[in-house]
Design a protein. Structure first.
Length: 207
């Protein structure tokens, strides 16, 4: 396995089984931030879970962005983490109920059994005090998402490269690296790259 692939996989595995304990009344994510050690890869203490208080803070941050149903909160966290962290309804809905009872979130409208929640003024006050923690947690989840994507791409590349010579594998890896570095290139630059790739594909096909 390529060194970068192994490094990314080790990061994900370490994140899933880290043993950092919470401090200051918060869970493992907040503890990492509060003690100045940074978020690192060991934010999850036992599997892919946030502590109850950490989850409440994250939910408030998501509700500040826009009103959401419980299911939308679950999907938002799944998407930001690349599928690494998918809280269960049994975690999210009790957290929403707590926030509602504490006056930090309110039901904006109801569609059958679905409740649309929004953050309240009290919730914004709490979030303001804990904004750095919320940003740190969401930032960590997004970094994990990028690592997960790197792992998926690497394993897909390994599978696709089966049967190729070492020279072709090396050239293919170099091309993938260059394309990854140009992801945010201007439309004009991307058009130039597309033309180069098309010419290369035509040449490989012998056209």
């Amino acid at each position: 396995m390529h060194h970068k692939t192994q490094k990314a996989w080790n990061f994900v595995r370490h994140a899933a089984h880290g043993r950092r304990h919470g401090r200051h009344g918060y869970g493992p994510f907040a503890a990492g931030f509060a003690d100045g050690t940074g978020m690192g890869g060991g934010g999850f203490r036992t599997g892919r879970k946030l502590g109850a208080v950490d989850l409440q803070i994250v939910i408030l941050a998501l509700l500040k962005e826009k009103a959401r149903h419980g299911y939308e909160i679950i999907k938002a966290l799944e998407e930001r983490s690349g599928g690494f962290y998918v809280p269960s309804p049994g975690m999210v809905y009790p957290a929403l109920t707590y926030l509602e009872e504490a006056g930090q979130a309110a039901v904006f409208e109801t569609e059958g059994a679905k409740k649309l929640y929004r953050i309240t003024e009290s919730g914004e006050t709490r979030l303001k005090d804990d904004q750095a923690i919320a940003d740190a947690i969401l930032g960590q989840l997004e970094r994990m998402g990028r690592k997960m994507e790197t792992v998926r791409e690497a394993f897909a590349a390994e599978a696709d490269a089966e049967g190729m010579t070492a020279d072709v594998k090396a050239a293919r890896h170099e091309l993938r690296s260059v394309l990854r570095a140009r992801r945010r290139a201007s439309p004009e630059e991307q058009q130039r790259i597309a033309a180069i790739l098309k010419r290369a594909a035509d040449e490989i096909r012998g056209q």
